[in-house]
Write a protein that binds this ligand. Structure first.
Ligand code: URA
Length: 153
């Protein structure tokens, strides 16, 4: 499961997460890491676009938490990748700092969770791509290991 921040204008219009420029980059990264699209689920912390595309307020994140919790309950992901600080702060810790904490696995209950850069951040700053790629390679490695251990689902 990949969790972003909230829908942008394209996503709001189409009612689907990550269909704009950041989503196209995310698709490329997932394909390059050979993470099969049929085995990934992409969603957001908040379900409506905040005005002006600002970072969702704590109360907006709180209002949508039940939906995200329910998505996690239904999907039962083995791995959750937090795309950017908002998702990391929601799912790991309010104190999370993405530049400091990205790439570190945390096991929470039955889930392995890793924060990494949001693809929009990679579009703004190409120098982050190397670290993001290392993170996605680690995701692929754990995914392969879990598949070996647990078998196909
Ligand atoms: N950014 C996000 O965080 N989510 C989307 O769905 C699109 C862009």
């Amino acid at each position: 499961m990949l969790v972003g921040e909230g829908p942008g204008a394209d996503e709001d219009r189409l009612g689907k997460p990550f269909v704009g420029a950041a989503g196209q980059l995310l698709d490329k990264i997932l394909a390059a890491a050979e993470l099969p699209p049929g085995d990934t689920y992409i969603c957001n912390v908040v379900k409506c676009r905040p005005p002006g595309n600002r970072v969702p307020l704590p109360e907006e994140q709180e209002a949508c938490k039940g939906f995200l919790r329910e998505q996690i309950r239904i999907v039962q992901p083995w791995i959750i990748v937090c795309l950017g600080a908002t998702a990391g702060q929601t799912l790991l810790s309010p104190a999370l700092r993405i530049t400091r904490d990205r790439g570190r696995w945390q096991q929470k209950g039955r889930f392995w969770i890793m924060p990494t850069y949001h693809p929009a951040a990679l579009l703004r700053d190409e120098s982050k791509k190397r670290d993001a790629w290392a993170d996605f390679k680690a995701v692929k490695q754990l995914y392969t290991q879990l598949l070996d251990e647990r078998g196909d689902r």
